[in-house]
Design a protein around this ligand. Structure first.
Ligand code: ZN
Length: 178
């Protein structure tokens, strides 16, 4: 990992209660695309592809603020997480036609949270018999499409369905300033 001397960054981190060591907070600072995997940004939360997906189309909804649990978020943020999660299911339905979904949060390391410091909602599309659909070999998951391909399909569909909620640049103001 490379570090650049960027004094503005520390101000940003302190101002926004972000963490430099957090993959979600780091992704928020980057340009949205197949690199940072952010599909869409809302006012208080954003949608990001899981880099280590359980199935193709495994997405997450994450609050902008670096908080470890739901109780530390304000009600508006909790509501937006739910609203964005609902949109994710609609997008996945359009792209992959799954037969069901798993939605859930693992809060705390003991509960299985991979990134325990920054709470996030998982949305995993499911198909009947998807243990066959996704073959597992020596701990390597074999997915039917690449992450970049998933990103393009999901982002394209999101842009068509919710054009106002896409920001093309990292660091856009939440209010979408002109
Ligand atoms: Zn974070």
């Amino acid at each position: 990992m490379k570090f650049l001397w960027s004094p503005w960054r520390m101000t940003y981190i302190l101002d926004n209660q972000h963490s430099a060591d957090c993959v979600f907070c780091t992704a928020l600072e980057q340009l949205d695309g197949p690199g940072n995997l952010i599909v869409a940004r809302g006012q208080r939360a954003f949608v990001i592809l899981n880099r280590y997906p359980y199935t193709s189309g495994h997405l997450m909804v994450v609050p902008m603020e670096h908080r470890a649990s739901l109780v530390e978020l304000d009600p508006e943020t909790r509501a937006e997480i739910m609203e964005l999660s609902n949109r994710v299911t609609l997008i996945l339905q359009a792209v992959y036609q799954p037969q069901g979904f798993n939605l859930g949060m693992n809060i705390g390391e003991v509960a299985g949270a991979g990134i325990a410091d920054h709470v996030h909602m998982h949305i995993v599309p499911r198909w009947g018999g998807d243990t066959n659909f996704m073959s597992s070999l020596a701990d390597t998951r074999v997915l039917p499409e690449s992450l970049a391909e998933t990103y393009q399909r999901v982002r394209h569909t999101w842009e068509q369905k919710y054009p106002a909620n896409i920001s093309s640049q990292a660091g856009d103001s939440p209010d979408g300033g002109q």
